[in-house]
Design a binder for this molecule. Sequence first.
Ligand SMILES: N[C@@H](CCC(=O)N[C@@H](CS)C(=O)NCC(=O)O)C(=O)O
Length: 214
Amino acid sequence: MKLYTYWRSSAAYRVRIALALKGLAYESVPKHLLRDGGEQRRADYLELNPQGLVPGLEDDGFFVGQSLAICEYLEETCPVPPLLPSTARDRATVRSMALAIACDIHPLNNLRVQQYLRNEIGQGEESVARWTRHWIARGFTPLDALVARHSKDGRYCFGASVTLADACLVPQMYNARRARVDLSPFPRLVALSAHLEGLPAFAAAHPDAQPDAE
Ligand SMILES: N[C@@H](CCC(=O)N[C@@H](CS)C(=O)NCC(=O)O)C(=O)O
């Protein structure tokens, strides 16, 4: 398998966590998101992924984009260890937490959104930073409430083992720290993330551990 990735991409980070948890070997194909206008926007990559985003996964001639679609593909093709719980209701809950991050927090702060704010709407660095911090904090407030409701002992977002929700939370916490979000209102998320980051699969997936890390 090949993973089109960028060390700092939090969407790719989710997939790297899933691959590491499942013990799946893959070739890392870095796409530098900033160099020369962004390697993800070059014609050869757009041929594979018309969205021009990372991550993308190639498996024996099959290509799929979108981190959660990739994680679900890995879950179905390699079900052990599972990233989703065994009942429909629990799976729905875990997916709702993962989607709260992937659909309602992350897209607002993406590179192309920030570039649009800066270059097309004329916002300065401080405004863009405020925007980023605002949307992460707005998203973390309900997420924290969901973790309080569904985590068994404060070590995982849901129940007492790793799920897809954890694979989404840790990269989003990485982004939050990069954006200097005030995390003091979210001690539960901070503690949970610290625990997860210590697990070998999460450590292997960390941006600084990637071959293209700068
Ligand atoms: N919803 C997508 C988001 C993918 C995405 O936005 N990736 C970012 C990096 S985290 C990207 O490729 N950005 C490039 C750009 O904005 O041009 C997913 O979950 O895979």
